[in-house]
Design a protein around this ligand. Structure first.
Ligand code: CO
Length: 296
């Protein structure tokens, strides 16, 4: 990666970290989830970046992909709160997540995913296999008496591509892919008191363009135009509901799903209803690797 490109990755990481820390400060009992997400996204834009994906808050046994719709007025009470944030600068992405424990009862669960990240990060260097990283994550989480979520993983990131090959597993997957110098990866251990698998549950509020083609319906046409502005990255139902209306968004999204022009991401819930914590940073793989989403 050249100097200019490297600057973009560093800047994307800086903005994602700033927005994550700002958002974490808003996570309090009585706060409205949708308003926190709106503020985090405003912060990303105010810093001159764009959205790599919708800001997400997932509670308790929901591990990921939970995103408020326009009429979701739910407020935080005493949950285990995961905040996942992504910022983009010229296609370079910073992807980072943190867990806040409003219950005051789950400090060990939070520590398990955070320390698993730290154990994994210590191993990062060109030439290490992804399963060695996964093994370190698995062992650390199990040392706390929890399980890693095995069907969720970290990932390699490329310009305008959030999840590319190879994945960074959260367990010893036996995969022998080796990290390469200059690669950007997201390491994201999930720890759970459950069995360690998630399944899709409920209505999707996050979508991504697959292939947009001309359609007849004028409402869907307008929404296709808007979706093109998201540059192929995941987007929120709420963004469309805000700009158009709930009814227009529902109509267009269901038509685009039927035509297989977009894909949906449903909330991912721990199969045995175990509580879930997550800790994630974006890392630049070098002989001395850099955490791009470190707090300032
Ligand atoms: Co990620």
């Amino acid at each position: 990666m050249d100097e200019k490109e490297r600057k973009d990755w560093i800047e994307a990481g800086r903005v994602a970290a700033l927005a994550r820390d700002y958002g974490a400060g808003l996570v309090k009992k009585g706060a409205r989830i949708r308003e926190i997400l709106d503020k985090v996204e405003e912060k990303i834009k105010a810093e001159g970046a764009t959205m790599a994906f919708p800001a997400q808050i997932s509670l308790n046994e929901t591990a990921a992909h939970s995103c408020a719709s326009i009429d979701d007025d739910n407020m935080l009470t005493d949950e285990v709160v995961k905040l996942d944030v992504g910022a983009m600068v010229n296609g370079a992405v910073g992807d980072t997540a943190v867990t806040i424990d409003l219950s005051g009862q789950n400090a060990e669960l939070l520590k398990a995913s955070k320390e698993a990240f730290e154990a994994a990060f210590k191993l990062v260097k060109p030439g290490i296999s992804v399963s060695e990283i996964g093994k370190a994550i698995e062992q650390k989480i199990q040392s706390f008496g929890f399980e890693p979520i095995r069907n969720l993983s970290g990932h390699t990131i490329e310009r305008f591509e959030l999840h590319t090959h190879p994945s960074i597993p959260n367990y010893d997957s036996g995969e022998n892919f080796k990290l390469e110098k200059g690669q950007v990866i997201a390491i994201e251990p999930f720890a759970t008191s459950g069995v360690g698998r998630v399944k899709e549950v409920g209505l999707p509020n996050i979508f991504m363009e697959l292939e947009l083609k001309p359609v007849r319906n004028p409402i869907t046409r307008q929404i296709i135009k808007e979706i093109k502005g998201f540059e192929g990255m995941p987007f929120a139902r709420r963004w469309l509901e805000k700009k158009f209306s709930k009814g227009m968004a529902t109509l267009a999204l269901s038509e685009l799903m039927r035509l297989e022009m977009i894909k949906e991401y449903k909330p991912l819930v721990e199969q045995s209803q175990g509580l879930v914590s997550q800790y994630e940073h974006t890392v630049l793989v070098l002989d001395r690797p850099i955490i791009l989403t470190k707090s300032k």
